[in-house]
Each structure stands twice: as structure tokens, then as C-alpha cells.
Design a protein around this ligand. Structure first.
Ligand code: SF4
Ligand code: SF4
Length: 447
């Protein structure tokens, strides 16, 4: 593999990774549909990396669709809006799938929608300054749907820095997940507008939409629309390999640059936004719509039907099960997110948040259920690691609370792709322990 000037011919990242399982072959052809509005929405005041928004409503208060109900108190925060019209029933602490605790506003549906079913007006944005566009994104509560970083923060480029490449990440390499693919097939014009708005803020040298080479319909739809609109955007298709959609791998492949362990994408002159986030930028600026709904994949063989859905933030998982025709068998495991990096949950009351990419209701056959044994020293985890780490060694250090040793072995370089855990024949919870070790190191640094 090599790079020739700006004509980068790498088709995938060089080290480790996995050939993806064919879990989405038929699912990705299922068009997006609007899920039913939940009778009770559970809206967490923390849905991103950071601190919860300050609650602005009280029990028994009437709220409108899109009304601000949680105010971000810092630049790193994200506003929260009501996804539905209704009445606040109560405000209670909940635990999010990844373990954070947050107050959540429980809203009983009622009253008239302000947007749903109404005429949609578009708002021209050409000529708006970058700071005005950024303040719209902050007002609408946008959060990176992959990274969980508030979008206004991600797109604020510090003085003295320049953006060489803006990457719209449509790779979506986890098995099952394909709602970003549906956005690219069904809404190429909106996606391109979102990319142009992001480019108007960050002034990149070039803008690339990256997607998997097996996504023929999306590649065709985007190329056609880019030509029609004469947009200055390249479409780059990469080999389907996991974790191709990881920011570090993507930058390595498309820009030939490595992010240093403590560095960020911007250190390499790159900004990466995922396809769902880019659509939300369009909706915030052109439709003046707060982030109150998103596209997700709901899959797994425990369900009667699998689907790509547009759902309101705050929809409980139980409503998704109903939307998909109920269970044909009890799920052996429920996962929020993808099967490689998602979070197992046990409660069907858990709500959809701004960063939920999908929900999986897996049958026993879809779940590895063999028993955990001792490490076999087989080296599979090492060979699969795209970051060139020794996952078995990291696991051992963290298990023995030797965090500084784990740090010097590169613990903080781990991109949490889960390849090691997936390939481990001993069924060791490598990803779980590595994540726990990273959290401990980060919390120590934040003291
Ligand atoms: S150690 Fe981290 S980066 Fe390497 S395979 Fe495991 S989860 Fe992925
Ligand atoms: S894959 Fe599992 S069993 Fe094999 S070396 Fe890694 S941790 Fe040990």
C-alpha cells in the first residue's frame, strides 16, 4: 500500500481489523420509516460527553415540541429540547447504558405538534458568518452522533489552526448498523448541504465523503447529486473492514496521517463528522430544527421485523420492540449501539439518546455464549488490533490494577474497537477491562 501525493490510493488501514460479518446485507435495503411517537418520552439531560444540562422545567409543566428543557452551562455542554408536546410527569435520575447517571425529564405526550405535519420552511444560510452558524448549532443542541462531542465545539477551530480535510464519515463499519447508509441513499442532497455548511465554518482544503465500497446505492446517489449541485466534494469508497469507521483509521487511510496518543484529529488538520451528524447540521441550519429525533437501526433475530427507523430522542426501547412487531423469542442480549462497541442493557425502559446508533435484540444464536477460560496465549487479539497494541497484556495489567504499567503499554491509544474481545477464543472481557482501565486513568488525570 502506498500514497501518491494527494491521490491517496490506500483502500483500508494497514494493521489488524476484521472482515465484517454479513449482518446488514438485506437490512441496508430497508428504507427509513418514521417510528410512532412514544406516549411517554424519557429525555436525559446528559446525552453527550460532559455534564448534564440544567433542567428548565418542572413537574406538571406543559412543554412544546422542540422547546428548550435543559440549558447547557458551558461551551462543552449541549442544550436539550423536548422531542414531543406534552406535560412533564416527573424528573428522575436514570442510568445511561454506558453507566453515567443523569436526571431525565419524563414527558407524557399531549397537545399539538409545532413541526410534525406542518409546512416546512427552508432558511437560506449562504452569507451567514461562521460564528452565526456555530451559534445555531449550539442553540439546536447538536452533538456528534459518533463522538458525543457537541458539534459547535468540534467545529470551532482555534486561531492559528487550519483544516486541511473535512471528512464526512459514512463508513458505519459495525455489523447490523446501516441507518447512516440509508441517509446517504435517501437524503444525499441534505447530506451534501450539511457538509457544505460544515465546510463554510471550517474552510477545509478539501471535503471527502467516505463510505464502504459495498454501499453501491449510496455511492451512486451521492456522486449523482454532487455532480448536479456542482459541489466541491470527493466521494471515497474504502474496503469494508472493521473498524474502518474509527476516526484514527480513517485519517490514516484518507490523509496518510497518524493521530498521536494524546492528540486529536485537528492536530492532523482534519475534522471528522459522521453522516447522521452532518444531516443534523443541515436540519439545524436550513430547517431550524433542534436535535429531537435521529435515525437508528433496530435489529437482531429476537425481533419479528428489523428496521431502519427515524425515532424521537427519549423513545424507550420497549416502544421500538412494539414498532418492530414484538419478539419472536426472548432476546439473549440487548445491546445499545453496535455489537462490537455497544453497551449491554437489561431494562427496556432505557431511552434513545442523541448518540444511539442502533439497538440490537440478539437471539441466543447471535450471542457467543461459550465460557470464559484462561488466556491461551494464541496471539489472536494482538493480530486483530488495528492500533498495534497487546490487548492480553493490557487486560492483565488492568485486572491487577497496574494502571501505570497499562498506560506505558499504550492503554490510552486503544480506540475501543472491540476486535480483540471478538476474536478471543478464551472469551475474556478484554474490551470491558480496557475501557474500565482507561476511565480510571482519565478520572485520575481529571482530579
Ligand atoms: S486493544 Fe483496543 S484498539 Fe486494540 S483491538 Fe482491543 S479494543 Fe481494539
Ligand atoms: S486472544 Fe484471548 S486467549 Fe488469545 S492471547 Fe489474546 S487474550 Fe489470550
Amino acid at each position: 500500500m502506498s500514497i501518491t501525493g494527494s491521490m491517496n490510493i490506500w483502500k483500508t488501514f494497514p494493521k489488524g481489523g476484521l472482515t465484517p460479518l454479513p449482518m446488514k446485507t438485506r437490512l441496508k435495503d430497508r428504507a427509513l420509516w418514521n417510528a410512532s411517537i412514544p406516549p411517554l418520552s424519557i429525555v436525559p439531560l446528559l446525552q453527550h460527553k460532559g455534564y448534564p444540562a440544567t433542567c428548565l422545567v418542572h413537574p406538571r409543566e406543559t412543554v412544546r415540541e422542540g422547546m428548550l428543557i435543559g440549558r447547557a452551562d458551558s461551551f462543552s455542554g449541549a442544550h436539550v429540547h423536548s422531542p414531543v408536546p406534552g406535560t412533564v410527569k416527573y424528573i428522575e435520575d436514570i442510568t445511561l447504558p454506558w453507566g453515567d447517571k443523569t436526571p431525565a425529564v419524563f414527558i407524557e405526550l399531549g397537545g399539538e405538534f409545532s413541526r410534525l405535519g406542518k409546512t416546512v420552511y427552508t432558511h437560506p444560510w449562504d452569507g451567514l458568518r461562521a460564528d452565526r452558524l456555530l451559534s445555531i448549532l449550539a442553540d439546536k443542541g447538536l452533538v456528534g452522533m459518533g463522538s458525543g462531542i457537541p458539534v459547535h465545539r468540534k467545529l470551532t477551530i482555534p486561531e492559528g489552526r487550519t483544516v486541511k480535510t473535512l471528512i464526512i464519515n459514512g463508513i458505519e463499519c459495525e455489523p447490523y448498523l446501516c441507518s447512516d447508509y440509508r441517509i446517504m441513499v435517501e437524503k444525499p442532497e441534505e447530506l451534501i448541504s450539511g457538509a457544505r455548511i460544515a465546510a463554510a465554518i471550517t474552510h477545509p482544503g478539501r471535503t471527502i465523503i467516505a463510505l464502504s465500497s459495498d454501499g453501491k446505492d449510496a455511492i451512486g446517489a451521492l456522486r449523482k447529486k454532487i455532480k448536479e449541485l456542482k459541489a466541491d466534494i470527493e466521494v471515497r469508497s474504502l474496503w469494508p473492514k472493521y473498524p474502518q469507521g474509527d476516526e484514527k483509521q480513517l485519517i490514516k487511510v484518507l490523509c496518510g496521517e497518524e493521530i498521536s496518543p494524546r492528540g486529536t484529529a485537528l492536530d492532523t488538520g482534519t475534522v471528522v463528522l459522521n453522516a447522521g451528524t452532518t444531516l443534523s447540521i443541515y436540519e439545524a441550519v436550513v430547517l431550524q430544527k433542534p436535535l429531537v429525533e435521529k435515525t437508528i437501526t433496530v435489529a437482531g433475530r429476537a425481533l419479528r421485523k428489523q428496521a431502519n427507523l427515524k425515532v424521537r430522542i427519549g423513545t424507550p426501547l420497549s416502544d421500538l420492540v412494539e414498532e418492530c412487531g414484538g419478539f419472536v423469542q426472548m432476546p439473549a442480549k440487548i445491546v445499545v449501539g453496535g455489537p462490537m462497541t455497544g453497551w449491554g442493557v437489561s431494562e427496556l425502559s432505557a431511552p434513545i439518546t442523541k448518540t444511539t446508533a442502533g439497538v440490537l435484540f440478539l437471539s441466543a444464536k447471535e450471542v457467543h455464549d461459550s465460557r470464559k477460560t484462561n488466556c491461551l496465549n494464541c496471539g489472536r487479539c494482538l493480530r486483530s488490533c488495528p492500533m498495534g497494541l497487546q490487548p492480553s497484556a493490557l487486560y492483565k495489567w488492568v485486572e491487577h490494577s497496574a494502571y501505570e504499567e497499562a498506560r506505558s503499554e499504550g492503554l490510552l491509544d486503544c480506540c475501543e474497537c472491540g476486535c480483540c474481545a471478538y476474536t478471543c477464543p478464551a472469551q475474556l472481557p478484554l474490551l470491558r477491562e480496557i475501557r474500565a482501565g482507561k476511565m480510571i486513568l482519565h478520572s485520575g488525570e481529571n482530579v
